[in-house]
Design a protein around this ligand. Sequence first.
Ligand code: ATP
Length: 695
Amino acid sequence: MAGKDNNNTSSNDASKKDDTSLEEWKRKKEARLLMSRRRRNDDVKNEWDLLYRNKDDDDDDHNNIINNEKEEEDDDDVFVPLSKRKKMEQEAILGKLAHRRRLLSKGEGGDDDDDDDDVHDNHNNHNDDNNKNNPNNNNTEEEEKDDDDQPNTARVQSLLESANALHGTMTEEERRQQQRQEEEARILKEASKVQTNALQAASELAKGVQYTKSVPSTWTAPRYIVQQGSHVWDQIRKEWHTEVEGVHIPPPCKRFVDMKFPPPILKVLQKKGIKKPTPIQMQGLPVALAGRDMIGIAFTGSGKTLTFSLPLVMAALEEELRMPIVPGEGPIGIILAPSRELVRQTYDVVCEFCHEISQTPGYPTLRTQLVIGGESVRDQIATLQTDGIHCIVATPGRLRDILKRKAMRLDNCRYICLDEADRLLDLGFDEELGEIMNSFDHQRQTLLFSATFPKKFQDFARETLVRPIIVNVGRAGAANLDVIQEVEYVKDDVKIPYLLQCLQKTAPPVIIFCERKGDVDDIHEYLLLKGVEAASIHGGKEQEERNEAIQSFKRGDEDVLVATDVAAKGLDFPQSIQHVINFDMPSEIENYVHRIGRTGRCGKTGVATTFINKSCDETTLLDLKHLLKEARQRIPPVLMMLDDPREKHGGVGCSYCGGLGHTIVDCPKIDKNARQVASGKKDALATGGGYGGDW
Ligand SMILES: Nc1ncnc2c1ncn2[C@@H]1O[C@H](COP(=O)(O)OP(=O)(O)OP(=O)(O)O)[C@@H](O)[C@H]1O
């Protein structure tokens, strides 16, 4: 009974309390209505007031929607006149700014090691909404609001004051340099707008999907390496001229066994005579095996192929052991490259490892598919449908077509690598790439590799990839130092006969590169007439002819290969090319770097001879001059004589294309890209005299 009474009393109390609180609530509501009417009258007085109040109203609305309890709290607020509130808020902002300045002056402004901050920094540029929903980002969001909540005269003044003070202490030259840098930054920003976002799926962009964590991986470095600590890892990186950038970077591993490869993989490496990792492999393999998005930059012939192929094979093996693939399923991972020949070469490498794994008792069968144009689509799809596929090595165009036909899905695909990534991201391939990326509806690990990786792509990739790690061995775009570079002035009409003399410089095999397909045919014919055993390749030939030319040259049946840039990127010839002859100077300095990179690979030395004359573009020649200087090669008098505006300005090369002999202000590529966009991109590349790429 007592209990019942108690209950009654408490329920009576409660209902009284409810009545009182209801009364109070109504009273407060009326007061609030009155206040808001008064506020409204006040607020139309001036524009600034209006803007300011709108923000408050928005905040109130937002709070009403998301938090009823908060509404109750708001009701208890005492009315503060608008002018006073403005003053209070300004004081609060000033207080925060002063606190921030104190922090900055203590050097606590940014913490590179902080993972979440880094992720936020990566993405806040293009997805503010997403960040606002992220509870971890409260601080930064508040700071952003502070920045937005103008006006803050104290801050503007102090920045102006400090800028003025700085300006006052500048010399004329420094001021000019600053102006130039500002101009370059502006042009870079404008020019980068041409770059499409080919690395992200349109659906992700539309939905504002942002991944903030890397793809999970079970790989970790051996305990003894982890225990060595970052000072030892930094020493190893320094010793091997490797620069890294990013957060939580896995340690470099100096031995393949430390990378925990299974015996069949170690067996193939041994069979190939590969004993120790190269610098890009030392750091790049742990990064890729740890599931991290990566940009790998290392000079030609430095072993990048294994750096992205082995993690693909490992991912395939792991997935197959976890959940075997059935017919119609796959791939687990994809490698894309811009030319059919390069794709075939990488396919052979991946196949070798997969084959050995499949042959080893206790290991599953791993299947790899070559997906390139110029061959039967039906055959390429057949394997997928009869057995299921683990690895795909492809040119973007053919892969895009297969995906469009819905003959393959990327549901199981967790790894995608772009070899010669700058070429694939460049105009002409970006459409195919974008469509391939659109087939993903889940996160994948993305890797980009190249010997040349202009800043415009690095900046763009940094923003698009998830917590990317950049591994850089040497300067992006630098020539391989194992190549002796010679430059000769040869007039157009004596170029072909002079070739015969030039061929005597070294023993075969030799590759001769030309810009135009017509020149390839002419030189090939001339050499055959002169009794030189030569093969030729360019984009205008049938795929069968192209395959045969490469195979016969690789077998050593021919001494000379005459080619357009179709053979310039990535191709690796087992018999070591002795000499590369550039029949003409390529219009882009990156192509020069790739061409001469067919020799002097993996520790061997080679020779490159380049013919130049007055028909060459002066900007490219200046790039060449600086490249020679950087590699400490002899600079011929004709290049010495070139007037170099960069020397006058003391610039550091072009931030758009990476050329050393000009700045972004006079970069020929910006113009060219703009023209390509205007004329429908692909045609500009496909119908040119040279090689635009395969698709
Ligand atoms: N650790 C190693 N030790 C010895 N040889 C290696 C090693 N790694 C790779 N190689 C060999 O070095 C040669 C060049 O390697 P690879 O083709 O991967 O170079 P790359 O960096 O991709 O060059 P490119 O920029 O021209 O594409 C190949 O023949 C390859 O088998």
